[in-house]
Ligand binder design. Sequence first.
Ligand SMILES: *Cc1c(COP(=O)(O)O)cnc(C)c1O
Length: 397
Amino acid sequence: MSNKLAIDGGEPVRDTRLPYGRQSISDEDIEAVSEVLRSDWLTTGPKVSEFERSFAQFVGVSEAVAVSNGTAALHAAMYALEIGPGDEVIVPPITFAASANCVVYQGGMPVFADIDPGTLLLDPERVEDGITPRTKAIVSVDYAGQACDYDALSAIAQSHGLALVDDACHAVGGSYKGRRVGSLADLNTFSFHPVKHITTGEGGAIATDDPKLAERMRVFRNHGITTDHRQREQIGSWFYEMVDLGYNYRLTDIQCALGISQLRKLPAWVERRQEIARTYDVAFADIPAVQPLAVRADVSHAYHLYVVQLDLDRLCVDRAQIFAALRAEGIGVNVHYIPVHMHPFYRKRFGTGPGLCPVAEAAYERIITLPIFSHMGTQDVDDTVAAMRKVVGVYLR
Ligand SMILES: *Cc1c(COP(=O)(O)O)cnc(C)c1O
């Protein structure tokens, strides 16, 4: 194959675009969903509690609360912790905006703490720096699927009397020092969007060992009403009370049936993602200017994303050009994420902007996300490596 880049009119590595992530749906999944469609309960029926029990058991906690998406899970967590006006919550900048938006929904203020340049995870020292008398909680994000340093974060939270919330949307199936992600913080939030490890179409959950917080979130997801339709049906009563302002953040039985079926496959899917990551790690070890994110020895990485940092000093083009060239080769690369504090909304509302988190801002210029998903084939992995080798080879300084 010629090394003329597809972006310059050469032949692409592949003809069809490989996505960076994709769901995997089997006949069993479809059958599980069909069964619910033929049943009496389409929503808030037996499948919701079954999914909650299975999920809680999988991550190793006593309670899981299923909600309509990962953002609702974060909102419910902030509500349960009674975050409100005047309160500050520490969040990392390299994450999906929802990790910080949830604080704003409740009238609180997100305070951005910078990250470690190797792992791109929240730096405990920067967390300490961000604490004020108004700080109520820390939201840690297990970016790309690697658990944060929970011994350090828990110690900080404990010594300052703060709640610790793990936005674990990237890390289901991962672990830290042998403990499953989902059991590492006071509240642990998940998303079941199709690009995540397991899907319910849209969906989310909060895992916790605190029954009081779980109960608050169950009321919150149902308009602030203390009983649900099925419970009233069972006791033959029409009476209910709305005790607080909640939302309709419920997940349907149709979705939960899909979630139960998908959850069974999660361990094998995480293993496959780890296997793909190992192949990438080995291949990129001898491609100059391409550095996979650092992985600590005390974690089992769930690899929602496979992210590399480009050594721009060794390249004669920027990340945007590498991105465009890889896309032209048929590799559906992406960038995760634009630092949240750089978005126009945050600049306008909270006066954030360049210079606030220099490590995150510098990392943002260099990161690129490569395809990784459970049923990605060997050829797909080889194509990604070949395209990376080809593109970086041409642009090497
Ligand atoms: C996906 C994701 C969310 C939001 O989940 P939705 O289900 O899309 O609402 C929040 N935080 C992180 C880190 C995510 O990756």
